[in-house]
Ligand binder design. Structure first.
Ligand code: PLP
Length: 359
């Protein structure tokens, strides 16, 4: 029996997609072999890869002057790959600090050039996002980097920053595909796959073409976006199975009605969960209401000693992976696209039941 999985990543995948993958595992579409066993240069796999890219382009309405790359190394490798490609020799960039993931990006970029932290949520204890009137962007920045959704803190931008003619670079690992997005506002978007895209082992990069061909002279070939773009993300052997499975997710998203439909469903899910937290005496979420994440909902119990019994009772009811990140404690429910509204209903019902017993 499948459980409701609230894991932050690798996260739940749609059951229908896993069923398709299972049905095709030994014999992909009558070819007598698995996708894992195909040459990445075969017509079959090139077809799978092209369809996945096209479906992703359609879902996000990616403009034609952007490349979509399917790369390895996770989102963490992008923390280095971005400055290696965009910073030039000894250049500088503006970064916005809203939590643990943006700080990791800042730390890594600092190895390659000057980082100006143009705004920080530190002054708000990372419970709110500094408005753009508080940002101090620099004139010579090669780009502006931010993290639209902080997976651990549960802090999310509900607006896109306006950075003039500077390329806006966004780590969308835990928010991509949760709702429609105006890709044209960005120079570069990246997202580790293991939340809303597919299995781990893949990172998707959407980059405006004018940003290609600017890599540092010492940038490894494998990390040069223009090499990946010129080779259809197949300069070397790509993570073929992860790419295939992500393609199945994109097809599933289209069948759900695309990102407008996901927005409606995700909005309903997050409203229900935050409403339950706010109405209770036992649970709290500290984030400024306008800056609350749709995908990652951290909450605390009034007494830490209740954490263990809360998690044990949840597990008994098939509600898994609610433990908060080790750095912050408490609870966290990640409610990505593949987590159905029924999972949120079950969680909310359990939270009320637990509060009755222990509140
Ligand atoms: N950025 C964000 C916002 C994340 O949530 C994560 C992972 O959880 C990462 C970066 C790191 O991703 P990866 O493990 O793919 O390197």
């Amino acid at each position: 029996k499948r459980v409701f999985n609230f894991c932050a990543g690798p996260a739940a995948l749609p059951e229908a997609v896993l069923q398709t993958a299972q049905a095709e595992l030994l014999d992909w579409q009558g070819k007598g072999l698995s996708v894992m066993e195909m040459s990445h240069r075969s017509d079959e796999f090139v077809g799978i890869a092209e369809r996945a890219e096209q479906d992703l382009r359609d879902l996000l309405a990616v403009p034609s002057d952007y490349k979509v790359l399917f790369l390895q190394g996770g989102a963490s490798q992008q923390f280095a790959q971005i400055p290696l490609n965009l910073l030039g020799e000894g250049g500088s960039a503006d970064y916005i600090d809203t939590g643990i993931w943006s700080r990791k990006a800042i730390e890594e970029a600092s190895r390659y050039g000057h980082v100006n932290v143009a705004a920080s949520a530190k002054g708000y204890d990372y419970f709110a996002i500094p408005g753009q009137n508080e940002w101090q962007l620099s004139a010579d920045a090669a780009y502006v980097h931010y993290t639209p959704n902080e997976t651990i803190g549960g802090l999310e931008f509900n607006w896109i920053p306006d950075v003039g003619d500077k390329p806006l670079v966004a780590d969308m690992s835990s928010t991509i595909l949760s709702r429609p997005l105006d890709v044209s506002r960005f120079g570069l978007i990246y997202a580790g796959a293991q939340k809303n895209i597919g299995p781990s082992g893949l990172v998707v990069v959407i980059i405006r073409e004018d940003l290609l061909g600017k890599a540092h002279s010492r940038c490894p070939t494998m990390l040069d976006y223009s090499v990946a773009a010129a080779n259809g993300s197949m300069y070397n052997t790509p993570p073929t199975f992860a790419w295939y499975l992500s393609g199945l997710i994109f097809q599933w998203l289209r069948e759900q009605g695309g990102l407008e439909a996901m927005q409606r469903i995700n909005d309903a899910k997050q409203r229900k969960l935050y409403a339950a937290i706010d109405a209770s005496e036992l649970y709290t979420n500290p984030i400024n209401v306008a800056d609350r994440s749709w995908m990652n909902v951290p909450f605390r119990l009034a007494d830490d000693r209740l954490d263990k019994p809360f998690l044990a009772g949840a597990e008994e009811r098939g509600l898994l992976n609610l433990k908060g990140h080790r750095s912050v404690g408490g609870m966290r429910a990640s409610i990505y696209n593949a987590v159905p509204e029924a999972a949120v209903d079950a969680l909310v019902a359990y939270m009320a039941e637990f509060e009755k017993q222990h509140g």
